[in-house]
Design a protein around this ligand. Structure first.
Ligand code: SF4
Length: 338
């Protein structure tokens, strides 16, 4: 008998993910109708929607429980009125990334590695996103402008790793991705490409045969960091995409953000680590939320985060406990809190 998960993926031909991408839910009213929620019971912020529109892929919305305003996946995409709160210390550019932007599309913050903003958009808009105010317009290089980025990398023999970020780097087509990886593979001192993506979680159909072929064939070591915040985000299609990536030589890690009323419970974080490991994904980082304007309602204090870590250490083997970290502008790497 055919494996039902494989059938789902195979029936989703390579272009299927792009169809899903072009059919995102962008209207809060439609989202509420699907989720059987009464729009009169919880308003949303028009100002927040204008600044950072709703974007939710249907396969992700399928994993949200019906008639539950407190669903942890819904909370991550809902443009709450709290986004209008102007909180002290919360700014549009808390990481001061523009200070590390020598060439359009390239950030050089840490020694030995650079980050390329490979795509100017994402498949989902996570309301807590630290780049929700990022100027993608001036950081979306054309092919010609990419040459300057490749020349910058090539001119510094200390750079061994390129981090593909975004937006979401897997939001570009297989053809574009293959071109980009091919260009990077030609830079002699590079050893590793790291892909930070939420697409395997939110549209797992993105893991196409063509993408897998390209990842398996590159001379570079491929590391993929998926961004999963809650075990409810992992369904059978998602975990099958993990298996396919692993089978094609990709090392899988996860990073999460601690988010109030999404995953700030020891039970949820422990469950997430176990569920990831069951599918060969190592929990790597647990990020403190950045103080980004519009995201204060997700903020969790250090004391609470440390308590959560204590509970995780008590319940899990060390290799399943992610590092609790924060990004501090100007630091040479992430700062560990516990
Ligand atoms: S996928 Fe990542 S970059 Fe895109 S909105 Fe979500 S958190 Fe931000």
């Amino acid at each position: 008998m055919a494996n039902p998960v494989v059938s789902i993926i195979q029936s989703n031909l390579p272009e299927k993910w792009q169809e899903i991408l072009s059919d995102l839910i962008t209207d809060p009213k439609e989202l509420l109708q699907i989720l059987q929620l009464d729009p009169d019971t919880r308003p949303y912020s028009l100002a927040a929607l204008k600044q950072f529109p709703l974007k939710a892929p249907r396969p992700y919305v399928d994993r949200i429980a019906k008639a539950n305003w407190d669903d942890p996946l819904l909370r991550q995409i809902w443009p709450a009125v709290e986004e209008e709160n102007n909180l002290q210390g919360f700014t549009s550019n808390p990481l001061e990334e523009d200070l590390f932007n020598p060439v359009p599309g390239l950030l050089h913050k840490y020694q030995g590695r650079v980050l390329l903003t490979a795509a100017p958009h994402c498949a989902i808009h996570c309301r807590y996103c630290f780049r929700r105010h990022f100027d993608y317009q001036t950081n979306s290089p054309s092919r010609a402008q990419w040459d300057a980025a490749f020349a910058y990398i090539g001119s510094d023999p200390g750079i061994e790793e390129v981090i593909l970020s975004g937006g979401d780097p897997l939001a570009i087509s297989d053809r574009q991705f293959s071109w980009l990886l091919g260009q990077l593979a030609q830079i002699p001192q590079l050893t590793t490409v790291r892909i930070h993506s939420r697409l395997p979680i939110v549209i797992p159909q993105r893991i196409t045969t063509e993408l897998l072929r390209c990842l398996a064939e590159t001379r570079l070591k491929v590391v993929m960091v998926v961004h999963c915040n809650h075990s409810q985000e992992l369904d059978r299609v998602v975990t099958h995409s993990f298996s396919m990536l692993t089978e094609h030589g990709v090392k899988l890690f996860n990073q999460s953000v601690i988010l109030k009323d999404v995953n700030n419970s020891a039970q949820d974080l422990i469950q997430l680590s176990k569920a990831l490991f069951a599918h060969d994904v190592l929990p790597y980082y647990l990020h403190m939320p950045d103080q980004v304007a519009g995201t204060g309602h997700f903020y969790v204090k250090d004391r609470e985060a440390r308590q959560l870590m204590k509970a995780m250490h008590a319940a899990l083997p060390g290799y399943l406990v992610p590092h609790l970290v924060r990004e501090i502008p100007g630091e040479l790497g992430k700062t560990r809190l516990a």
